[in-house]
Design a protein around this ligand. Sequence first.
Ligand code: SAM
Ligand code: SF4
Length: 333
Amino acid sequence: MPPTDQPRLVDRFGRIGRDLRVSVTDRCNLRCTYCMPAEGLAWMPKPEMLTDEELLRLVGVLVGLGIESVRLTGGEPLLRRSLVDLVAGIAGLRPRPRIAMTTNGVGLDKVAAALAEAGLDRVNVSLDTTDPEHFQRLTRRDRLDDVVRGLAAAAEAGLTPVKVNAVAMRGVNDVDAPELLQWCLDRGYELRFIEQMPLDAQHAWDRGLMVTQAELLQRLGERFTLTPVPSRGSAPAETFLVDGGPAIVGIIASVTAPFCAACDRVRLTADGQLRNCLFARREVDLRGPLRDGATDDELGQLMIEEMARKAAGHGIDGPRFVQPDRPMSAIGG
Ligand code: SAM
Ligand code: SF4
């Protein structure tokens, strides 16, 4: 399908898909309690996963349909051995999309420069606390130092602005929020908290236990003066100037203040399923048609049809909400 100036991934509500999240693997080397059980999960068998060539072809078709930015995620994207080549492949697409990655940062120090060289523009590194004991309790691994090194290497390689993603868990790291913000401010990283969502494989999410945006604002407000920055657009994070700025902190209140009405996201899983929402109950298979010889036009048509089906909102806070079958680590966060 030739590139077009006309975006084609449009839904019934007029929202346009411009931001693609690609899960490059469902595997992970951490076991964050809000994401996975301690024993891990049954990982995707290799033959079911898209090869680099297949993945690049699908991303290329999506770019032809108006995707402007691609975020690599997982599972842990750094566990895909060909990651640098994949980034280079995506950077070679025309029009060239912006390329970002969400990673837990373990091992990032070794590849940050190569990723930047290949065309990666930015990273978000997940770090929920700088307290070693709390880190261990949350991720069930003793890897805090690796993440800290990864962050420094990302900044050094120019993968900026370096953003830090944090999930606050009641009774574990919620008390650490102001300290984490200070730690990020000291290093020039932009911190964003994400409200915990019902996407864990264990289905242990509890609305009553979730740390809300309001609670976080109150906790951070005890140490900092936060002033809302107007104009959220399609960006999910509400941002606040810290002590008058220019530094900011973001809060992604996916549960208590969803941004569905402005959502511009599309998701591709490591096994080639297209999802029009993180919380979609269905997905469309692209891998089957791709391996059966479908043309780019035929694949594009499947994508366009799936995007048109996008629901108005995820309804997490509603009585009829049903958690998707796949956990966050397999969908791509
Ligand atoms: N492994 C990489 C990482 O942790 O950054 C990428 C995948 S992870 C699924 C992507 C993001 O989703 C991370 O920032 C993580 O903290 C967040 N996340 C995972 N489970 C979540 C949940 N139940 N609610 C909210 N955010 C979650
Ligand atoms: Fe792994 Fe990321 Fe899930 Fe943590 S949030 S278990 S690092 S995929």
